[in-house]
Design a protein around this ligand. Structure first.
Ligand code: UT7
Length: 331
């Protein structure tokens, strides 16, 4: 079976830490509500550094950890929903910062499932293009850019951060992926982009009556619908990605889920009949950082020894789109 070696890992979070108590000074909330409903205690928030800077810092560490020349990176895939510019892409800006000039550079937007999608995509590039020796996957997010800090139902959830991995192909490692999306749930989690308003536009009617109205560029979430979707898709993505290579979730050493909410992960663990010990958590100190959450947790699991060489692991994400996905791999 063809899989991947993760030969380098990196992570970067801004210095500024916002605690639940700090949030309770700006919206009507409290530490007890946030902790019991989400498991989150604090999150890192940018103090002005752009998204690409967080990503570049994580990428530099991953490249250094892999001990490779950045010029040997054949592809950079960046996952983000909080790019600094519509164009150029964050991947081009990170490429410039780390000196990997000449590599293929692409941004993908699969929301919180982004890293899981990109991990699978990187493996496919490594497998089909023999000129690509190393792939760099970077997930960088500044959800603070799209968070309404007057809305207590969302501002308590999100944080900023980035993480990166360097991958190479390994012909003797297990790997399977199960990725998907359900666009019928698009209206449950969204961030509105610019609308075309030209001097020639005469029709100001709403075009899409499925999406909630408004011009706000802040994140809108129907928390209950997303919660239902998450508790269903997290276990099914784990089961299906395992099934594809003939193992069961009980055979996994570690599951690294999207760090959205402790209650979602506890429900998934129960539905899978697994103990919470199998699930890696770092949401207490990071909150939900969208696509960066899975690789940030993966990084922490490597550094604190919870993910060891030879372990069978599953990374699993779910989020806006609605998207979902699981990848099983041997570390
Ligand atoms: O990465 C994207 C994936 N996103 C997610 O996974 C999010 C999924 N959804 C969730 O995690 C949960 O739905 C939330 C954490 C967002 C909300 O938890 P909930 O248990 O569904 O709470 P709720 O929305 O039903 O609100 C319960 C009560 C309401 O008050 P009333 O109407 O019962 O009087 C809210 O107004 O809690 C109130 N509330 C708050 N109270 C204190 C909502 N936010 C807060 C708050 N502090 N921050």
């Amino acid at each position: 079976m063809t899989g991947v070696n993760i030969i380098g890992v990196g992570k970067y979070v801004p210095d500024l830490i916002v605690t639940n108590d700090m949030l309770s000074e700006i919206v009507d909330t409290n530490d007890e509500w946030i902790t019991t409903r989400t498991g989150i205690k604090s999150r890192h928030i940018t103090n002005g550094e752009p998204t690409y800077h967080l990503g570049a810092m994580a990428a530099k560490e991953a490249v250094q950890d892999a001990d490779i020349d950045p010029k040997d990176i054949g592809i950079i895939i960046v996952t983000t929903i909080t790019n600094d510019f519509s164009t150029p892409s964050v991947s081009c800006l990170i490429q410039r910062e780390i000196g990997a000039i000449g590599s293929l550079a692409i941004d993908i937007n699969c929301a919180c499932s982004g890293f899981v999608y990109a991990f699978d995509m990187a493996k496919r590039y490594l497998e089909t293009d023999k000129d690509i020796k190393y792939a760099l996957v970077v997930s960088a997010e500044e959800l603070s850019k799209i968070t309404d800090y007057t809305d207590r139902s969302t501002c308590i959830l999100f944080g900023d951060g980035a993480a990166a991995v360097v991958l190479e192909l390994n012909d003797n490692k297990m790997f399977s992926s199960y990725l998907g999306a359900d666009g019928t749930g698009a209206e449950f989690l969204l961030v509105r982009s610019y609308q075309s308003e030209t001097p020639f536009t005469t029709n100001h009617d709403r075009f899409d009556d499925k999406m909630p109205d408004g011009n706000s560029h802040y994140l809108f979430q129907n928390g209950k619908e997303v919660y239902k979707f998450a508790t269903k898709t997290l276990p099914s993505a784990v089961i299906n990605s395992c099934e594809k290579i003939g193992i069961t979730p009980a055979d996994l050493d570690l599951i690294i889920p999207h760090q959205a909410n402790i209650r979602i992960i506890e429900t998934a663990a129960k539905n899978l009949g697994l103990s919470m010990d199998k699930f890696y958590l770092n949401l207490e100190n990071h909150g939900n950082t969208s696509s960066a959450s899975v690789p940030m947790a993966l990084y922490d699991a490597v550094k604190d020894g919870n993910l060891k060489k030879g372990n069978k692991a599953c990374i699993v994400g779910f989020g806006a789109g609605l998207t979902y996905g699981g990848v099983v791999f041997e570390f």
